[in-house]
Design a protein around this ligand. Structure first.
Ligand code: FES
Length: 119
């Protein structure tokens, strides 16, 4: 293979992530991030990369990271409750919100413990 003359197909795409930020649903706002991703990357992959590189204060909960074991990465992705580690990135805009009907703690994190289970 000649350097600079790759035979590998370009598998990258562009997306715009519109992410809810804030500690109150009434006062929160959306922050827009334009990203480039590779085919097969998950929404959680993008959120972790954003935290690492551009928004270190972005609150997102996850534990097992793409093993779909912990069930902690649930959020609204384009209006559907999904696991961020399973949801694949797609070209174009994707809106990401915290779970509905749960107390919002910050950004994409909600209180997932029922009142009966709290100590
Ligand atoms: S990160 Fe554990 S289920 Fe998604």
């Amino acid at each position: 293979m000649t350097p600079g003359n790759s035979t590998q197909p370009d598998t990258s795409s562009s997306a715009c992530l519109k992410i809810f930020r804030g500690t109150s649903r009434d006062d929160g706002e959306y922050q827009i991030f334009d990203i480039v991703f590779e085919d097969g990357e998950s929404v959680l992959d993008a959120l972790v990369a954003l935290r690492r590189d551009r928004a270190p204060d972005l609150a997102v909960r996850f534990s097992c990271f793409n093993a779909n074991v912990c069930k902690e990465c649930t959020m609204l992705i384009d209006g559907e409750v999904q696991y961020a580690c399973l949801a694949k990135l797609k070209p174009g805009e994707t809106q990401i919100d915290p779970l509905p009907n749960r107390k919002l703690l910050r950004d994409l994190i909600t209180d997932t413990v029922s009142d009966k289970e709290k100590l």
